[in-house]
Design a protein around this ligand. Structure first.
Ligand SMILES: Cc1ncc(COP(=O)(O)O)c(C=O)c1O
Length: 441
């Protein structure tokens, strides 16, 4: 791990040394390797807006469990709901009233959607949703967009963050596997398109409709820094998929509940299937996919698409989701998040401008991209791929040393409802000093 001048992490280093002997790379998820530190940060605990490392430092957290802790760490309402459900059984891998009640609660927030199935991770659920789309349409092909991420499963594990040498032309990107070990046959079933290009989308969908089961997209592409769809693109993708018998899947694992209660884009465009994860679990590992009855009943035991799992929907986790939904529905919840976001994003823009650092702040709801080297809103992955990752890592390290934790794997960060305006002011102060430090290098 990089030694950091004036800032020591001796216990972290020693744990990392031990961890590397027993866990490949010393981590259990490669995303926990923080490029700024060149290693993971080992934590003692998390509480509200803060994380505490094993060396006794406190940080204001802008990773928030890669987006899963939108309520902050250890939200009391979630903890209470989990405790209550625990009293009824630890795993209790059976159906109870809890799964039904939370399904009803969730579906009220997604008009035009009739049914839901739960699973654990986002990776699993995008994969289940695409299986359902394939079973429903009787077709195999899937379209995804360059720079969008849908988990590590082999169906969609392509072109999340491809190197430009391998990625091919911008208007006709090649599928680049995100990992070794993904069978080449999977690449034959996936088509990668540039985001926000209506002409390329239309040409592809019209010529390939006969073998396309699904188009999957992040409605807000946080995994490339928070790129919004243009209104034309959004309407085109909805109208074309509907016309051509292709299932439109919105992967809202990151975007759901991040901007407003429910779908990130509201009711303007309703997809055929929605995948939820991260925030909706209140900090617990639970995800869900939801859609119209005719599609959802493709799932076994009603239809032919096998959807099962020992760990699907344990009441303890579903109860956490119920508590999250209740917390997020409280009056003022999103007003608070937007107030924090406005102050943070405007403050950060002001700092970068005053310090003469070229960086684009792409704030969308409670998550944001801080894209060094960019001076305009990105439209797609190719724009974001131009960012200066080395400068970004230097900035993150300078913040970390001063008690603000940023963690980039994909270039997105975020805060929680447990953050306060005082935390944001402290953060801006730190970021100003970090920006000044960048200029000294
Ligand atoms: C949009 C999106 N989809 C799916 C996933 C995968 O979710 P998980 O990490 O729970 O497997 C992620 C994770 O970052 C994501 O951002």
């Amino acid at each position: 791990m990089k030694s950091i001048e004036g800032f020591a992490l001796p216990k972290n280093q020693s744990l990392y040394d031990r961890a590397r002997a027993v866990l490949p790379g010393g981590v259990n998820a490669s995303a926990r390797f923080n490029p700024a530190l060149q290693g993971p940060l080992f934590l003692e605990r998390g509480e509200g807006a803060y994380i505490y490392d094993v060396d006794g430092h406190r940080y204001i957290d802008y990773c928030v469990s890669h987006g899963a802790s939108l309520l902050g760490h250890g939200n009391p309402a979630v903890v209470a709901a989990v405790r209550e459900a625990l009293e009824r059984g630890l795993l209790l891998a059976y159906e109870t009233d809890i799964q039904v009640q939370v399904a009803e609660q969730l579906l009220r927030l997604f008009p035009g959607v009739d049914m839901v199935r739960y699973a654990c991770s986002g990776t699993e659920t995008t994969w289940h949703a695409l299986r359902v789309a394939r079973a429903f349409t009787g077709k195999w092909g899937v379209v995804k967009f360059e720079g969008h991420y849908h988990g590590v499963n082999d169906t969609v594990g392509f072109s999340h963050w491809p190197s430009l040498e391998k990625a091919g032309p911008a208007e006709a990107p090649r599928p680049v596997p995100d990992s070794a070990g993904i069978p080449p046959a999977s690449a034959e079933l996936i088509t990668i398109l540039p985001f926000n290009d209506v002409d390329v989308l239309e040409e592809c969908l019209r010529t390939r409709a006969h073998d396309l089961a699904a188009v999957i997209m992040e409605p807000i592409n946080y995994d490339s820094g928070g790129i919004r769809p243009t209104p034309e693109f959004l309407h085109a993708v909805r109208e074309l998929t509907r016309e051509l018998g292709i299932v439109l899947v919105f992967d809202e694992v990151l975007s759901g509940f991040r901007v407003q209660l429910g779908p990130a884009l509201g009711q303007e465009v309703v997809p055929d299937l929605t995948v939820l994860g991260k925030a909706v679990g209140g900090g617990m590992p639970i995800s869900a996919f939801l859609g119209r009855r005719e599609i959802m009943e493709t799932c076994t035991p009603v239809g032919p698409a096998l959807h099962s799992g020992t760990y699907n929907a344990p009441p303890v986790l579903v109860a956490a989701m119920g508590a999250f939904l209740q917390e997020a529905s409280r009056p003022g919840f999103y007003e608070h998040l937007h107030r924090l976001g406005d102050r943070l994003y405007n403050g950060l823009r002001e700092i970068m401008e005053r310090r003469g650092i070229k960086a684009w702040v792409q704030g969308v709801g409670a998550r944001f991209g801080l894209l060094f080297g960019l001076d305009r809103e990105p439209r797609n992955y190719r724009d974001v791929a131009k960012q200066d990752l080395a400068q970004m890592a230097r900035f993150h390290l300078a913040c970390l040393r001063r008690g603000v934790y940023l963690h980039h794997v994909s270039p997105h960060h975020g805060f929680s409802s447990a953050h306060t305006l005082a935390d944001i002011e402290e953060t801006l102060d730190v970021m100003d000093q970090a920006a000044q430090e960048l200029l000294r290098k």
